[in-house]
Design a protein around this ligand. Structure first.
Ligand SMILES: [Zn+2]
Length: 183
């Protein structure tokens, strides 16, 4: 069954081709800055004023988020069945999407590697979605390329010929720590 998306009309302060409420004041929308498209999950005041509370993803990272939806769904479903679940996916450049059944949220967040650490740690920069907001986001990610067609042409860095994971700023944003994208 096709899901119908009700697109809201942003007021003039946001020039988005796609603008969709995820509930509780969060919106999915696009912007273009210096010719580069970004996809935002962000709080917007009065359907008009974007706030600092939110994230903007490059098209490549948004594409990875989209590719991770099947695994995210599994972790969300397991959490709703009161099972332990954990899933984390590197979107590139230290941005991660994760689900943890303890927190019952889908988190899209910037991480960093503290000196001497063996794993990256979450920063405060990011959004935590309720599962209802996640389901709205999922519908939105499926629909947004019809309105932002350059999203159809995204080629992941690891699909480029001659891609060297260890010297790729998306795959290896930290020295001595590589977490493959696209798994
Ligand atoms: Zn790469």
């Amino acid at each position: 069954m096709a899901t119908r998306i009700e697109l809201e009309k942003p007021k003039m302060a946001i020039r988005a081709r796609y603008f969709q409420s995820l509930g509780k004041g969060l919106y999915l929308f696009d912007s273009v800055f210096n010719g580069i498209t970004y996809i935002h999950v962000r709080e917007v005041l009065n359907d008009e004023i974007p706030t600092k509370n939110g994230i903007s993803l490059t098209m490549g990272r948004c594409n990875e988020l989209f590719s991770g939806l099947p695994q995210l769904d599994i972790a969300v479903n397991e959490t709703e069945l009161k099972q332990d679940a954990y899933y984390r996916r590197h979107l590139g450049g230290n941005w991660y999407v994760s689900v943890n059944s303890v927190y019952r949220r889908v988190s899209i967040r910037k991480f960093w590697l503290p000196e001497g650490a063996t794993d990256v740690c979450a920063t405060r920069k990011g959004v935590s979605l309720t599962f209802d907001q996640y389901r709205e986001l999922k519908n939105g990610l499926r629909t947004i390329p019809s309105f932002v067609p350059e999203l159809y042409g995204v080629i992941p860095c690891y699909s480029e010929p001659g891609h060297d994971m260890y010297n790729c700023s998306e795959c290896s944003p930290n020295e001595n720590y590589v977490e493959k994208i696209g798994v």
